[in-house]
Design a protein around this ligand. Structure first.
Ligand code: F6P
Length: 505
């Protein structure tokens, strides 16, 4: 796709924009903090420590106009085909009741079915259930794992274990200490053809049978958009929870994929997550661009990739409960926007998604922050922290945690000059964004995840790419199948054949 003259002009303005140091921006504009902060859904977003300013935001709004951003956003909520390469809509917003009427209704029907099954489980139709072994990979596991790890630490409901990798070590670890008699197996796969998940389902069945559990298959619940495949795999229809094909894997925790969340945290918590996400949907749909959290975030992201050449972005959660946020975001952002072609299949001709990485503060400060403060690679950093302290430890610990997060952002921005000793010189002017949650509850977590979804969508819209397909992973899947076929192996390169031989495969 060649850029329209409007898009071309907007891109040039963004690429050539020259910003003063961030500290100078504060000096020049006393209203900067307010202008570059947004409060929504129990969270404060602060972009004042980035190079964003009114001119740049106007240029990026110009790009949004040129790229028909508002039409694409309307299409997302209206259930239009926003995923042209697969000819379908993307209806995760309908799971939160924010999509087109027929999509909302379909989602509500599927949710009712899920609720009935949960009621049956809680009424001990499967006998007493103490644990759920959630089997799935990528989007079929990362969301439930994040939500339950973040919110379920004090839960007295069922214990959730997740297993994704085809590595038997992962399965061993997942079932360690569980009682097979009281463990329910939830197999989640949108396609129900994923090798890892089906192999792990067999391993779980063997584990149950090996322990003498009667009717092991009867302990399996399948969650899928392809119920026929689950039936073929031997799961009874009454234990299949379908969801719409238009819900992408990495957007699927809002659908029946969330059954493990509802079992581990309770139905109310699951609904509160949906409500929080719906609040962010409304904000994204209605707030003016300059006050629209996902849009401003995307504007900042775009600036650093396309003006500063920062093809990396780091996220640090200053809260142990959010330690799984980064892996979740890696799939969401890199699988969605790691593309090189436009919506109409033309070469994109500019970078798309940066590498997303990060970790947990303060651990990361003592491991990787050297590069952030003084390294040659400059990238935007995101701090996610929670004001309310819910651990049972001395409140001084939480206080120190937050102070550390804020100190890092300040240090990155101001730096510290040392004219005598270059090794002890901190250049500063390194951008960071802070997302401060009032508390970490189901509603806020739902809103936070939806914020990241819409930010990712916005970036795709501004680039003119499709965030809802993932053909990039298909080649690797094909090759993984072919490599197991002795005839096809002959066509592999010498290095790969030598590795197979060395490993005796
Ligand atoms: O291979 C990538 C992928 O298709 C992801 O998009 C998806 O979340 C994951 O694999 C699991 O797929 P499924 O839910 O169909 O098992």
């Amino acid at each position: 796709m060649t850029d329209s003259p409007e898009a071309s002009a907007a891109w040039s303005a963004i690429e050539q924009y020259e910003s003063p140091r961030i500290e100078r921006l504060f000096e020049a504009d006393p209203g900067r903090l307010k202008r570059l902060s947004v409060e929504v859904a129990g969270m404060t977003f602060d972009w004042s420590k980035t190079h964003l300013g009114p001119v740049l935001l106007k240029d990026i709004a110009g790009l949004a106009g040129a790229m028909d951003f508002e039409t694409r956003r309307r299409g997302l909520f209206a259930g239009e085909v926003v995923n042209p390469s697969e000819g379908r809509s993307a209806t995760h917003v309908a799971e939160r009741g924010q999509g087109a009427a027929h999509d909302n209704e379909l989602a509500a029907n599927f949710r009712m079915r899920m609720r009935q099954l949960i009621d049956a489980i809680e009424a001990e139709a499967f006998g007493p259930v103490e644990a759920v072994l959630h089997i799935g990979i990528g989007g079929s596991a990362l969301g439930p794992a994040l939500a339950v790890d973040a919110l379920g630490r004090d839960s007295t409901r069922v214990q959730l274990r997740t297993v994704a990798n085809i590595d038997g070590e992962a399965m061993d670890e997942a079932v360690r200490g569980l009682n097979p008699e009281t463990t329910l197996i939830v197999v989640v796969s949108k396609s129900f053809t994923t090798t890892e998940t089906l192999t792990n389902m067999d391993a779980a069945l063997e584990w149950l049978e090996g322990a003498g559990v009667e009717d092991a298959t009867g302990k399996i619940i399948a969650v899928t958009a392809n119920p026929d495949k689950a039936l073929e795999a031997g799961v009874d229809e009454t234990r299949i929870l379908p969801f719409a094909d238009s819900v992408g894997g990495r957007y699927s925790l809002w659908s029946a994929v969330g059954v493990s969340i509802a079992l581990a945290l309770g139905w109310d918590a699951y609904e509160a997550m949906l409500e929080g996400a719906a609040e962010m949907d409304r904000h994204f749909r209605l707030a003016p661009l300059g006050e629209n959290a996902p849009f401003v975030a995307a504007a900042s992201d775009l600036f650093y990739v396309h003006n500063r050449g920062s093809e990396a972005r780091a996220v640090f959660a200053y809260d142990e409960r959010l330690r799984l946020l980064v892996p979740y975001l890696q799939q969401l952002i890199m699988e969605s926007n790691g593309k090189s072609v436009t919506l109409d299949g033309q070469p994109l001709g500019r970078p798309s998604a940066p590498v997303i990485w990060g970790g947990v503060g303060t651990d990361a400060q003592h491991a990787v922050f050297q590069l952030l403060h003084q390294g040659s690679l400059v990238m935007p950093i995101e701090f996610v922290a929670v004001i309310e302290n819910e651990d049972s430890q001395d409140p001084r610990q939480h206080r120190q945690l937050l102070l550390n997060a804020f100190a890092q952002g300040a240090a990155l921005m101001t730096g510290r000059e040392n004219k005598e000793d270059a090794a002890r010189h901190y250049p500063g002017d390194r951008p960071s964004v802070t997302i401060l949650l009032e508390r970490l509850d189901a509603r806020t977590l739902g809103a936070l995840i939806a914020f990241y979804e819409h930010r990712t969508f916005t970036e795709a819209a501004l680039l003119g790419i499709n965030p809802f397909d993932q053909f990039g992973v298909e080649l690797g899947k094909d090759m993984a199948r072919a490599i197991d076929d002795p005839e096809a192996r002959a066509g592999f390169d010498p290095s790969t054949r030598a590795l197979i031989e060395k490993a005796g495969l």
